[in-house]
Design a protein around this ligand. Structure first.
Ligand code: TLP
Length: 346
């Protein structure tokens, strides 16, 4: 890609830093299917510790950690409750149906966030006709909600309703790090309301590969079996785990910088007539906006031709994500690129 191009498609596009590559190169490795990779073991321990859970298991992707969690918590024919635009439902290739044989019952949310009332409204009484409801999933930050942060009180309220009904709780915390930095609520404080927590190292933290699924020892033992069944047993994975471990120790606090950049980008967009911010000012590292008059695909292509990469969120809205490889200067330039394509349009 041309060096001048500003890539705001996702925080997944980062390249490992020199220091991260050094840590990866120096990593001690072994065969992780035999449980013999010391770097993977260290990453799993450290992740569990940060999340306040007994154990964690390293996996290749956030999709796999979420889908393995659904598989562990359910049996075919069960039902899971999740917000209508949850990643698990929206972007994971029908995984709950294909891999676990479960049905998704969708709850209405505002920027991805719902409350106890929505859970209670979806509860079923016992009836021979009904599937068994097993799990409530929450996504924090919420991707299609524009990087929205769950207030911890809301999580507590949903967890209480779920527990009272005998349901388990799973957190899709692909960007939990961002939620914690933005809210000041530590990861483990969010995590304590959940039976399982999925986190990613390959998004805001900037590692090249990897996610982890945390929970009790017993839960993680079962998750390891399903990881293997889903084809996610890795061998000398310490090479990538070292990048994740480096990211965990060095790139969490700096997420605040990405949040400042997202806000600055949004403030810039707000000064452009013909551009509308969707969902107001960003809470974390995502900005959702609309270039009025232009369908998202067309706006995306014009922006790309002018040197700014973003992704369509819907037919008429775009998503821009700030990350480790984006500088303040690029953010200013990105605003000017949007201004330019809007002006050209008139
Ligand atoms: N999200 C990606 C795309 O899939 C849309 C992105 O660019 O944002 N949970 C959440 C909340 C996510 O945003 C993602 C990735 C995942 C899970 C899946 O992670 P991967 O891509 O590692 O399977």
């Amino acid at each position: 890609m041309h060096a001048d191009v500003i890539d705001l498609r996702s925080d997944t596009v980062t390249r490992p830093t020199a220091a991260m590559r050094e840590a990866m190169m120096a990593a001690e490795v072994g065969d992780d299917v035999f449980g013999e990779d010391p770097t993977v073991v260290a990453l799993e321990r450290r992740t569990a510790e940060i999340l306040g859970k007994e154990a964690a298991v390293f996996m290749p992707s956030g999709t796999m950690t979420n889908q393995v969690a659904v598989r562990v918590h359910t049996e075919p024919g069960d039902e899971i409750l999740l917000e209508a635009e949850a990643h698990i439902y929206y972007y994971e290739v029908g995984g709950p149906a294909a891999l676990s044989g479960v049905m998704c019952r969708l709850l209405p949310g505002v920027r991805g966030i719902f409350g106890a009332a929505e859970v209670k409204a979806a509860l079923r009484t016992w009836n021979v006709h009904y599937p068994k409801t097993k799990l409530v999933c929450i996504e924090n930050t919420h991707n299609r909600g524009g990087g929205s942060v769950w207030p911890v009180e809301r999580v507590a309220e949903v967890a209480e309703a779920a527990r009272a009904a005998g349901l388990r709780m799973h957190l899709d915390g692909a960007r939990l790090w961002n939620a914690s930095v933005a809210s000041g609520v530590p990861e483990r404080e969010y995590a304590r309301y959940f039976d399982s927590v999925s986190v990613c190292f390959s998004k805001g933290l900037g590692a090249p590969v990897g996610s982890a699924l945390a929970g009790t020892e017993e839960f993680v033992e079962r998750a390891r079996r399903f990881r293997k069944q889903f084809g996610g047993g890795m061998r000398q994975a310490g090479i990538i785990a070292a990048g994740a471990l480096y990211a965990l120790e060095h790139h969490r606090a700096r997420l605040a910088e990405d949040h400042v950049h997202a806000r600055r980008f949004a403030e810039g967009l707000a000064t452009i007539p013909g551009v509308e911010l969707i969902g107001g000012m960003p809470e974390t590292n995502m900005v959702v906006f609309r270039v009025k008059l232009l369908p998202a695909e067309v706006a995306m292509q014009r922006l790309a031709a002018a040197g700014l990469l973003v992704l369509p969120m819907d037919t008429d809205s775009l998503r821009a994500v700030t990350h480790l490889d984006v500088t303040a200067e690029q953010v200013e330039r990105a605003v000017e690129i949007v201004r330019k394509i809007v002006r050209t349009e008139k």
